[in-house]
Design a binder for this molecule. Structure first.
Ligand code: GDP
Length: 197
């Protein structure tokens, strides 16, 4: 897919204030610092569209970016930030659940996983929850340039194995590097295919 335009549309703190659900959208989510903003910027080749390294645990925003005037990238607040209070965590859960389970134009949840680590329970739990809700999702490993391909492959295989205990069919898996651009074409190609359906 060729990205012709990528425009920030709005930030919302309330699901009720989101733009009309008249275009397909793809939500990007993962642990704080997973590389979500960097990946979004790389996908659209626009440095600074999504802000990188924001202080985690601050205002929880749903950011909509309109791509090629026809579909949205949705940047969701991250999870798993250790210093966040229990009440903030619960507020996050409520907010995210509300968005993910009610958004009729949502096509796929892109769950970002840091490729440097072995499977983390918090990421697996989130995937299981998406499965329970019947929400389509894809696994997007980030920061693949940070270690050798062998190490990435090992972590990907372990994650797939953990998921296979719960899922008959493993969702699509992508390995990416915002730094090098690895996986960009594949991810955009996947979105293009889903958009066609
Ligand atoms: P976010 O909090 O999930 O939005 O994460 P950011 O995009 O702000 O990235 C967190 C940190 O990881 C920043 O210092 C980025 O420069 C770095 N980072 C993100 N993606 C990559 C990548 O693909 N490769 C490398 N080497 N560093 C990355």
């Amino acid at each position: 897919m060729i990205i012709k335009t990528a425009v920030f549309v709005c930030s919302n703190t309330k699901v009720s204030a989101l733009p009309a659900p008249d275009k397909p959208e793809y939500a990007f989510i993962g642990r704080s610092n997973v590389g979500k903003s960097s990946l979004i910027n790389r996908l659209v080749n626009q440095h600074g569209l999504a802000k990188t390294s924001q202080r985690p645990g601050k205002t929880q925003l749903i950011n909509h970016f309109l791509i090629n005037e026809s579909w949205y990238i949705v940047d969701l607040p991250g999870y798993g930030y250790a210093k966040v209070s229990k009440s903030s965590r619960e507020a996050w859960e409520k907010f995210i659940r509300n968005y993910l389970t009610k958004r009729e134009s949502l096509q796929c949840v892109m769950v970002l996983i840091d490729s440097r680590h072995e499977p983390q329970q918090i990421d697996l739990d989130f995937c299981y929850w998406l499965g329970e809700c019947g929400l389509p999702f894809a696994i997007v490993f980030t920061k693949a340039d940070k270690q050798g391909a062998g190490k990435t492959d090992q972590n990907v295989a372990k994650f797939r194995k953990s998921l296979s205990a719960w899922f008959e069919e493993i969702p699509p898996v992508f390995v990416t590097s915002a730094e090098k651009g690895e996986g960009r074409e594949e991810l955009l190609g996947f979105i293009e295919e889903v958009n066609k359906d």
